[in-house]
Design a protein around this ligand. Sequence first.
Ligand SMILES: NC(=O)c1ccc[n+]([C@@H]2O[C@H](COP(=O)([O-])OP(=O)(O)OC[C@H]3O[C@@H](n4cnc5c(N)ncnc54)[C@H](O)[C@@H]3O)[C@@H](O)[C@H]2O)c1
Length: 376
Amino acid sequence: MKKLNVGLIGYGFMGRAHSNAYLTVSQFFDLNYQPVLKAVAARDPDKVKQFAHKWGYESHYSDWRKLIEDPLVELVDIASPNDTHAEIAIAALEAGKMVLCEKPLARNLAEAQRMVDAAKKAGTRTMVWYNYRRIPAVTLAKQIVGSGKIGRIFHYRAKFLQDWTISAAVPQGGAALWRLDVDVAGSGVTGDLLAHCIDTAIWLNGELESVSAMTETFIKERPHQLTGKMTDVGIDDASAFLGRFKNGSLATFEATRYARGHKALYTLEINGEHGSIAWDLHDLHRLQWFDHKDEGAMRGWRSIHVTDGDHPYMANWWVPGLSIGYEHSFIHQVADFVNSLDEKTPAEPTFESALETEKVVDAVLRSASSKKWENV
Ligand SMILES: NC(=O)c1ccc[n+]([C@@H]2O[C@H](COP(=O)([O-])OP(=O)(O)OC[C@H]3O[C@@H](n4cnc5c(N)ncnc54)[C@H](O)[C@@H]3O)[C@@H](O)[C@H]2O)c1
């Protein structure tokens, strides 16, 4: 097996999810390349050393530029906050590296466009970690839509609900709370949570054409973790929009961090001419499917336990009936990326295709501010 030398930037939530994927993937998938944990970079020299030791990275840096300069690193994986994505990705692409980047691609459309331009110029492989595509039940939804069984699609609705920022005492900025600081995150739930819903929607149902959105910032001031000062909050705490897809179907989307009782409830539902599909992240190994072509008296929603060898990715795991989890979506994404290396078609979404999600995010934020329908 050939080696694929990985350099990871950021060792937080996603740094761990990606490291686990690189370490595990070749044990369960037959690949031509074995990911090697070559180097990791993050700002704190002691913490990055500890992380490298714990996960088995061969070297570590406290400046991501050094990791990019490392001639042994072939693939740069960006798992740091949104304000770092464009600068790191463009530098890595200019150095001729393959680049994987966490979502959202960037803080705003202009930054994302510069990343896409750099990727085109470099001609190296890119991919964005929209991992929900690789949850087997969601991939099965894609297969059902692709098979035509659902027929013409009329409605697409998605929600991503959390409740962790309701207290006004939660600070913004700094470790773990950079998502609440607009300068670092770019936007609030629109770029963070809705971006996932939008990516899956485009993948399953094609591009969106226009949107009409509203956003709200419920807590207007929060202490800043880095300065200790009360600072205006610039992110959207909640975001909802109506949309029209290019295929004529209608969309409703909602994301919030103020839905008490919901921790990470990503749900989607598609209603078509012959059937409907529903999925939710809290029950991620099940896909709900309604087939109007079933015999009348027996017609009803089926709950498909997506754990059989016939289901996407599942033949690589345990015996039928045994489920897998969130972390496996990252393992599947690495498997697809590695498998694409010898092929002409890249693993999706590339920087270029993920730009479409950035365009929708941009249109949603524009519409919330103009209070008018906006074209994507
Ligand atoms: N695909 C998903 O489902 C998913 C889930 C969570 C987060 N994310 C995305 O992943 C990225 C990271 O989020 P997270 O939750 O892992 O954040 P985190 O706060 O847990 O970790 C961020 C890491 O980046 C490091 N870092 C910060 N600034 C840096 C710099 N200038 N140079 C090098 N390292 C730096 C921090 O030290 C930390 O290790 C974000 O873009 C986020 O939107 C994606």
